[in-house]
Design a protein. Structure first.
Length: 157
């Protein structure tokens, strides 16, 4: 009898078998984006980015969808082997998550035709991720690349 009560309590506490778990909170999904870059783990992109993902603005010549993001991921993590994205703020409103971050790294390999000079980069970024069913479907972003280009010695101070 005690075993039956214990099993009944256990089944009731974990919910019906075969029931799908609730999708993750949008803010938690967005945080994984930054973890992908920090851990240099492109497989995270496959888990969190929807096949129809839209990048706004998308760099010229970038393939659509997750492949474009993976190509950029490879370019950035190659050019900046110590690339790190520090989350400064996260704000969520419904299915949209705003993340303010700082991007840092040392330019060690060419990026978009710009030769590496071994200089350090530290720029601000703001991203808005739209999340549906646990996947990022759209990302609007702005980065302070003018400051970054000055820091890297690509443009004049």
């Amino acid at each position: 009898m005690k075993l039956r009560i214990a099993l009944t309590w256990l089944l009731m506490s974990i919910g019906p078998l075969g029931q799908a778990a609730d999708p993750p909170r949008p803010a938690d999904v967005a945080r994984q984006w930054y973890e992908a870059f920090n851990s240099k783990d492109a497989s995270i992109i496959d888990r969190i980015v929807a096949p129809q993902w839209v990048d706004i603005p998308s760099p010229p010549g970038t393939p659509p969808g997750p492949q474009g993001l993976k190509d950029l991921f490879t370019q950035l993590t190659t050019a900046f082997p110590d690339l790190h994205l520090t989350i400064e703020d996260v704000l969520q409103d419904g299915d949209k998550v705003v993340v303010r971050s700082t991007i840092t790294g040392t330019h060690r390999a060419a990026l978009f035709g710009m030769p590496a000079k071994g200089r350090r980069l530290s720029i601000q970024a703001v991203d808005i991720h739209e999340i549906k069913n646990g996947k990022i479907v759209r990302t609007w972003h702005t980065e302070d690349w003018m400051t970054g280009l000055r820091q890297l010695g690509i443009t004049a101070q």
